[in-house]
Design a protein around this ligand. Structure first.
Ligand code: ACO
Length: 403
């Protein structure tokens, strides 16, 4: 695998965010539409949460992996990096396509990131910040150069659409960043990770795991849907968001006044404003976009980051804090010195080349699946002669693609 085995361990390395991207389903569901299916109102949802609408993946072929792949492609586009140079894909998700294979592996296949390792990270809504922390550690220790950190969700598939306590809160979407090694000081400065498993039952998907495998009974009881004690999560969130933000700032050797922008997990406007008031942070330094997307769990921070960049809310050398909380219970914060150089001019031919490479990634995936089937049917009693021949052919084909 590219970029492994401490090849740069002797020089100081910093992990910079050099690419970002988001993907959202087209279908917008307003509060008024929700009021037609559960006993709620636009007024209640707006005043208690701030949410006005959310995006929902109504097309079954749109999944956490397809949204994550789109967001990751957009991030690679911004960074102008071909997918075969990605060393690792971390996908934080609370709604993975499957327990296994990981959604990250499906994204790896969709990108044609043939040299990347891939795994899912489960820390609920704190997962994206956990991923940033891990990736910056891998880069800082010289193990890898280019890491995609993705938050991807289709929470609408695990929400009980008859439960007004939860269904009004969540939305679907994905966001991604590319972290790259650089000798230029800055990038990820600090991170703080926390967990309190004693609060695990406050926000939980009770069945479908190994403790309560899915049965007719668990499905009939709706135990495959999100269950939440909203008030308890609210109290927990307002406490840890402020604490974690402060800890990340201090660990980075900064003070509150040095912070230019905070991007909090977009769960509830009241939670965000109350936490940031505790820190005496002026409202113009807090980025909120939950009005349009609701709580997209792991995807909320990277989607907000993309929109902050689109709205010119981040300039080179700005100090940024991203902070999240979620089921587990978990919390996480990271301080980042935003050191992205001005917009790069990417030649049109390279954009076309990358777009063609995604088409080839699809063909490659189909070919590998087909080869595996053929391989299975050709294995003979006297050994795996055919499988060896095929493996060699696949390997040669793969090498020729990378050249
Ligand atoms: N529409 C109308 N009324 C509602 C709705 C609704 N959608 N939902 C609840 N209510 C009712 C309740 O039944 C309750 O009625 P009651 O007083 O007759 O019992 C009343 O509204 C008030 O309920 P509260 O729970 O006190 O409302 P609160 O102001 O706490 O707001 C909310 C509820 C929005 C869920 C809030 O507690 C919250 O945001 N909690 C945090 C949730 C969160 O962030 N979860 C995600 C964590 S991230 C992750 O890991 C996925």
């Amino acid at each position: 695998m590219a970029g492994t085995n401490g090849k740069h361990a002797s020089t100081l390395r910093y992990a910079h965010i050099t690419g970002w991207g988001k993907a959202l389903p087209d279908r917008v569901i307003t509060n008024d539409e929700l009021a037609q299916i559960v006993d709620t109102s636009d007024e209640w949802i707006r005043t208690r949460t701030g949410i006005r609408r959310r995006r929902i993946a109504v097309d079954p072929s749109e999944t956490s992996a397809t949204l994550g792949t789109k967001a990751a492609r957009a991030a690679l586009e911004v960074a102008d990096l071909p997918p075969h140079k990605v060393d690792l894909i971390i996908c934080a998700t609370s709604s993975p396509e499957h327990t296994f294979p990981s959604t990250a592996s499906l994204i790896q296949d969709g990108l044609g990131a043939v040299n990347a390792g891939a795994f899912d990270l489960s820390a609920a809504c704190s997962g994206f910040v956990y991923g940033i922390s891990l990736a910056s550690g891998m880069i800082g220790t010289g193990q890898m150069d280019n890491i995609l950190v993705i938050g991807a969700e289709t929470l609408s598939r695990i929400v009980d659409w008859s439960d007004r306590n939860t269904c009004v809160l969540f939305g679907d979407g994905a966001g991604a960043v590319l972290l790259q090694a650089s000798p230029v000081p800055g990038g990820v400065l600090s991170s703080v990770l926390g967990s309190d498993g004693s609060g695990g039952d406050l926000l939980i998907l009770p069945a479908g795991g190994s403790k309560q495998p899915a049965t007719l009974e668990t499905v009939a009881a709706g135990k495959h849907f999100i269950k939440m004690d909203g008030r308890a999560v609210f109290r927990f969130a307002t406490r840890v968001m402020a604490e974690a933000t402060l800890q990340a700032i201090e660990k980075a050797g900064l003070s509150i006044d040095d912070i230019d922008l905070v991007i909090p997990h977009q769960a509830n406007e009241r939670i965000i404003k109350s936490s940031m008031r505790q820190l005496k942070l002026p409202e113009e330094k807090i980025f909120i976009n939950l009005y349009d997307y609701g709580n997209t769990s792991t995807a909320s921070i990277p989607i907000a980051l993309c929109e902050a960049v689109e709205q010119d809310r981040l300039k080179p050398n700005d100090n940024l804090v991203m902070v999240g909380f979620g089921a587990g219970l978990t919390w996480a914060a990271t301080a980042v010195k935003w050191a992205v150089p001005g917009a790069r001019e990417v030649p049109a031919w390279r954009v076309h080349q990358r777009s063609a490479s995604y088409g080839l990634a699809h063909v490659r995936s189909r070919f590998l699946r087909f080869s595996r089937k053929v391989e299975g049917s050709l294995v003979t009693e006297d050994g795996d002669a055919w499988s060896e021949v095929l493996s060699r052919r696949i390997e040669n084909w793969r090498r020729s693609r990378e050249e």
